[in-house]
Design a protein around this ligand. Structure first.
Ligand code: CLF
Ligand code: SF4
Length: 297
């Protein structure tokens, strides 16, 4: 019956979460993740990003990474699985946006799932295309999705996003921010309703969205989000925000403490690269390169 199916779905999700180093504080010293850099394009432009580097929403700027086809991703997974025994999670976190490259993202997951059904899959996205692809995400059996939501206020959003490419149109200013926000909220609501554990990344930018973050976290609680991950702004070289001050870890930590009353706070994020491999805080990506780095510093 439906109730039994729901209970068994919840059990399988919580079993997966117990092995997910980002979703479980206890798991992060025991289980490893690998990121597949199969998503080079992005459909928005964040002012803290330089498109030559990795998606800053989920990874440090200024580091090189290769870009793989789904077939290469499958080959690389096999190599890594053999050598990294703690591997439990395969994530797609750029170097652009996982959903702006949905055919490649989906094919990579399908290929690996066919070979290793026990692997936990994880996606990171800016959320613009969630209304289009959330159902497919659910159908693929992905139970862990991260969305970067930096603000609820479109005036603030207009200062963060240079443009948004949506359905053949290039939107700017408040209109761009409003479209992105609408799709983020709709997509997050859909995922939560379908049993996906949603993590929200928030990039803390001094003088831009820092005072507004508690409101964002409260709204995410209302939507049924699992955890928020407030991250420091690390302005990418060559980005619009290149000369903005980097948010200190003390400031981030204080903000996490202030927001803990609303939702659990991730405190062990390592802002890893789009091709990171290993335990969090450990990067073995250099051991498994298939192609020369796509971008040189
Ligand atoms: Fe990767 Fe992100 Fe999945 Fe983790 S990372 S897609 S949720 S498997 Fe983790 Fe890295 Fe922080 Fe991301 S430590 S940057 S939160
Ligand atoms: Fe850059 Fe990521 Fe923003 Fe896209 S979503 S512009 S890759 S930081």
């Amino acid at each position: 019956c439906t109730d039994q199916r729901e209970v068994s779905l919840q059990t399988s999700v919580s079993e997966q979460t117990a092995k997910h180093p980002c979703y479980s504080q206890e798991a992060h010293t025991r289980y490893a993740r690998m990121h597949l850099p199969v998503a080079p394009h992005c459909n928005i432009s964040c002012n803290y990003c330089n498109r030559k580097f990795n998606c800053v929403n989920e990874s440090r700027p200024g580091v090189t990474s290769e870009v793989l086809t789904p077939a290469d991703a499958r080959r690389k997974f096999a190599m890594v699985k053999e050598k990294v025994e703690q591997l439990s999670v395969v994530g797609i976190a750029g170097p652009g946006d996982a959903l702006a490259n949905w055919p490649e993202t989906r094919e990579s997951i399908e290929r690996i799932k066919a070979a290793a059904p026990d692997i936990v899959f994880c996606l990171s996205t800016n959320g613009l295309m969630l209304p289009d692809f959330a159902q497919e995400i659910v159908d693929l059996g992905i139970h862990h999705v991260t969305v970067t939501v930096n603000c609820l206020d479109t005036e603030i959003g207009a200062r963060i996003y240079k443009f948004v490419h949506y359905r053949g149109q290039k939107l700017t200013g408040v209109e761009a921010a409003a479209t992105l926000l609408k799709n983020q909220l709709e997509g997050i609501g859909f995922l939560v309703k379908h049993g996906v554990l949603v993590k929200i990344n928030i990039v803390m930018m001094k003088g831009i969205n820092d005072r507004h973050i508690p409101e964002v976290v409260q709204k995410m609680k209302e939507l049924g989000v699992f955890v928020t991950n407030i991250m420091p702004l690390i302005p990418a070289p060559g980005s619009v925000f290149e000369h903005m001050p980097q948010t200190s870890m003390k400031e981030v930590s204080d903000m996490r403490s202030a927001c803990e009353q609303y939702l659990p706070q991730m405190r062990h994020c390592r802002q890893c690269r789009a091709d990171a491999i290993g335990l969090l805080g450990q990067d073995r990506s250099h051991e498994f390169r298939l192609a020369p780095p796509a971008y040189e510093q």
